[in-house]
Design a binder for this molecule. Structure first.
Ligand SMILES: [Zn+2]
Length: 295
């Protein structure tokens, strides 16, 4: 009964909230990001050090850049824990290895469009989904899993976990995990904080670790939530991929143009000489841990 009330409150109050931004401010911030990206030398691009990215994150959720340098993991095995080895951002991946990630779904049509593109190119991806959407769109979940992709936890309703009370934090991290496990046969091993907020917060990290989940950030951001132009989103991702050489790419499967972005990105990458291997997050973490264990 108690959780039923909480479900209703959370779903009703926050689930359908539309994010609105000052479009001029947003466009200027994206342009600043792109300028910084252009000026970075290959091998030196780092989202965590980008003032323009910190600015964009501040616009998105009223938070500061969630990825401080201190959050970067050691070369120990990646496993649930509140310390550095309990969180990855993509820098840990082997060279030329990429995990494409799609957040905030499942969406009743837009996720399908992305799955079609991934299927055509035979690329596996990792979906960080909200429990509230998993509950609504079970068909999309079944298709995604049947096609070999990985589904992981992105909270129940996408609140800023740093600002959440302990009760809400438990709902967003623990209840969402239980619902996915008990009712939807998803076995989440990874958690992505909404807005990336909480990745550097001890209380949030402890809760994620308690659920035996590893926190997953990203080191390439498409900014597909802020920029609706397919060409510039693709170019932004491609440039970051060239300059980082490995990592985790952030997209959102609730955005209408992200399927087109994915298709055009594959086309652009096919034309470039960049060697690329696509993996899911659990697959590559198991591989990294296997390698670490042998050393
Ligand atoms: Zn999200």
């Amino acid at each position: 009964m108690f959780f039923a009330v909480l479900f209703w409150f959370q779903g009703g109050a926050w689930a359908h909230e539309i994010e609105t931004y000052d479009q001029k401010v947003l466009a200027a911030a994206v342009a600043q990001f792109d300028r910084e990206l252009d000026q970075a030398r290959a091998g030196e691009w780092d989202l965590a050090r980008s003032p323009a990215y910190a600015n964009l994150m501040a616009i998105r959720a009223g938070i500061r850049n969630p990825m401080s340098r201190a959050d970067q993991p050691d070369v120990t095995a990646i496993a649930p824990g509140a310390g550095s080895s309990g969180q990855i951002n993509g820098a840990e991946l082997p060279r030329h290895t990429w995990a494409l990630t799609y957040d905030d779904g499942p969406h009743p049509t837009r996720t399908d469009a992305i799955l079609d593109v991934l299927d055509r190119h035979d690329v596996p991806a990792t979906f960080f989904w909200l429990a509230e959407n998993v509950v609504r769109h079970n068909r999309v979940l079944l298709r995604t899993e049947a096609e070999g992709h990985s589904v992981q936890n992105h909270s129940y309703t996408h609140v800023d976990l740093v600002k959440a009370t302990d009760l809400v934090l438990g709902f967003e991290v623990s209840v969402s995990t239980d619902v996915m496990k008990d009712h939807y046969q998803i076995d989440p091993r990874f958690f992505r904080c909404p807005y990336g907020s909480g990745a550097g917060n001890a209380r949030v990290r402890k809760k994620i670790a308690q659920e035996k989940l590893v926190s997953v950030m990203w080191n390439v951001d498409s900014l597909d939530w802020a920029d609706k132009n397919v060409d510039s989103v693709v170019e932004r991702v491609r440039k970051q991929m060239v300059k980082t050489g490995r990592g985790i790419v952030l997209f959102h499967d609730i955005q209408s143009h992200t399927a087109s972005v994915t298709e055009r990105l594959f086309q652009a990458l096919a034309k470039s000489s960049l060697p690329i291997r696509f993996v899911t997050v659990p697959e590559i973490v198991d591989e990294i841990n296997g390698r670490t264990a042998k050393q």
